[in-house]
Design a protein. Structure first.
Length: 67
């Protein structure tokens, strides 16, 4: 499980965009987004860096990431 702090998320579209970005790396990943807290939890077998890169490529800076 990865816990990330992701900036610029403000609405349901952001939740979908971040979730879809993670699913481009691991279609089977479980993604939980907390908009108010700017937290994203990802349960995936993929490595952290590709997940982080996919979220950032979608336009959402990852300011903290931990495994």
């Amino acid at each position: 499980m990865y816990e990330l702090t992701v900036e610029n998320m403000t609405c349901g579209h952001c939740v979908s965009a971040v979730t879809e970005a993670v699913h481009t790396v691991d279609p089977a990943a479980f993604v939980e987004v907390d908009l108010k807290g700017r937290h994203v939890k990802v349960n995936s077998t993929a490595a952290l860096e590709p997940i982080k890169a996919a979220i950032e490529d979608a336009g959402y800076p990852v300011t903290r990431a931990a495994a």
